[in-house]
Design a protein around this ligand. Sequence first.
Ligand code: F6P
Length: 604
Amino acid sequence: MTFSSSCDSGLISNTDAWRDLQDHVDEIFGMHLKDLMQDRERCKSMIKEFNGIVLDYSRQRATQCTFQKLLALAKEANVKEKIEAMFSGVHINKTENRPVLHIALRAPRGVEIMCDGKDVMREVWEVLDKIRSFSDQVRTGTWVGETGKVLTDVVAIGIGGSYLGPLFAYTALQTDPEAAKLAKGRRLRFLANVDPVDVAIAINGLNPETTLVVIVSKTFTTGETILNSKTMRSWLIASLGPSCVAKHMVAVSTNLKLVKEFGLNPDNSFGFWDWVGGRFSVCSAVGILPLALQYGFAKVQEFLEGAWSVDCHFKTAPLEDNFPVLLGLISVWNVSFLRCPARAILPYSQALQKLAPHIQQLSMESNGKAVAMDGTPLNYHAGEIDFGEPGTNGQHSFYQLIHQGRLIPCDFIGVIKSQQAVNLQGELVSNHDELMCNFFAQPDALAYGKTRVEACKEGIPEELVPHKMFTGNRPSLSILLPTLDAYTAGQLLALYEHRIAVQGFVWGINSFDQWGVELGKSLATKVRQTMHNFRTKGESVCDYNYSTTFMLNRFLQGKEKLLHSATWLLVEGFSSLRTKCCTSIQLLGALMQVSRCATMHLCG
Ligand code: F6P
């Protein structure tokens, strides 16, 4: 990628602090991590602790001097002032003219957070109290379904930020003994993809009588979510009749007008606000409602408290001790100076298996930008490609490339006390210790590598030596949490949220908009119309390039072969309904629903 250099005087790259770092890169390229790791003072200065979390960034390709320069860059970029502006409700999301106040979602009662001349905390706690009351009612069976049965299962419909963060938190707590006890007898499923296969997965084994559907959409206009909501509504009504919607469907949105138009009672909806970005909305009703239904409000409050503890640290800690600031600067260094385009997120905890997918959206949708806040094209790289898997699974998948292929900075995340203790007699270590052996071994393997001499000393045949050598000098950082519970999951979430904001603050971009997802969406609208016209009026495909026309035709003409699956649905639907409907009128109404579903399958 080449960068233009015109009209870019306002960019951070035109500051002495940036140039100083650029000049420093060659010095760092001349150093090897295995030498840097010999310096105990350096390592000591790069291990920090905050509220039970240990951050070790000594395996970054950086010296103490690098960090001084990075901190100077942070000052030049007014990071401190930008943090303050964020917490004070300034409209820092300039392209959408909105404040960025997700921190208010986890502030305790009594804290004042001003936004446009108004303290937002009253409304925040109004919604939280409503969630507490509703989730208590559902969990205790005070709020029951259409046939009087307790609603034990929840399907949360939503996509992107209305799905990934809640899924991360849900999964993190699923195996926490305390949370699991609170969730006993309950199921929480997520339905995100517009692929009807995802509907089938979400409802597999569920009984409409005991299922509550929570529609989560900030805008309430997202195509996937609305279609999935209509599908789930049909599924409920086919069994329970139209009046069931009031008891079996609730919504979370900022757009309560559209919620009402969808046919939901506004009393059954949970609001949030424009000042919460979709991917930063886990701590709003978006995440808190489904999580409270599953684990109970008190448990979820611990999650909010964990996040808030990091918010306070982020706001008040000096830059040099500030975890999100340090983490953000490390990313800026790796991406913009060492030119590493990607980052691997490697939690050594299976319960954190959904951390990487959440961070993918959080980071890539926030910082995948090419222009500065004022529209000036950047002349440096911003954003990073995030991916990851829990260790040790990742080790048997993509670590090869990380060890001997491309330079990918890694985040290793481990916990001291596992959610599950297994200690087999006769084994050298417990199962969790076994996992953590890898957590400690991998960063050093990446940093030190293996030289030709070392390989030869091992007696490796000469022709295999080049294949068994490791360059080392591969950067990573390690985060060690005391355990994984609701509180620390909240801390982890906030650490990454603020880290990503810091990166954006330094790069001078707007990390809080996402215009880049719009183009694909609008092109899909055109395709939708084309498909409809083909299927209903036999109109041919036109107005596309050769390739799209060819592929669309192949798809549209090939679909007839799949008609049998819709017929199957109709038959299945009929036989299951026959057993449920007492009167022929009921049966007819329900059949109409089923045939609507079938038509949907045929055409869609
Ligand atoms: O993918 C774009 C996006 O707008 C995300 O930012 C957002 O999290 C997601 O779609 C879902 O949006 P909504 O919550 O409005 O349905």
